[in-house]
Design a protein around this ligand. Structure first.
Ligand code: AMP
Ligand code: ZN
Length: 111
């Protein structure tokens, strides 16, 4: 996926502010934050959409959510956080490599 910006970030080909990395996932700062803490969590495997999950990817996503919970204090999200996945055009998805937005650092408005 040589035209995917997040694959390039994962490969270290373009810079990012990384905050966590393991063999499966990378978490880095969103370049245009909409909350005091706005991180992006990506799987290192390229796939575009939440609707592209198969059994293995669903298991990976579950592990990813578990890992985020384990990391919440070190990520500055111990007081609470919101996980957002934008799926497709109507949700405003602009990068077609599945990513979780992690929002926190303040009381987040709802509704
Ligand atoms: P989405 O609209 O859900 O596809 O979100 C894509 C997100 O990627 C946006 O919040 C962008 O600000 C963010 N983004 C795009 N390019 C970069 C980059 N090079 N480094 C960090 N975040 C980025
Ligand atoms: Zn990618």
């Amino acid at each position: 996926m040589n035209d995917c910006i997040f694959c390039k970030i994962i490969a270290g080909e373009i810079p990012s502010s990384k905050v966590y990395e393991d063999e499966e996932i990378l978490i880095f700062k969103d370049i245009q934050p909409i909350a005091p803490i706005h991180l992006l969590c990506v799987a290192k495997e390229h796939f575009a959409y939440l609707s592209d999950l198969d059994e293995a990817r669903a298991t990976l996503l579950g592990r990813t959510l578990k890992k985020i919970g384990e990391l919440k204090d070190s990520l500055g999200l111990g007081e609470g956080y919101r996980v957002v996945i934008n799926q497709g055009e109507n949700a405003g998805q602009t990068v077609h490599h599945l990513h979780l937005h992690l929002l926190g650092g303040t009381t987040l408005p709802w509704g």
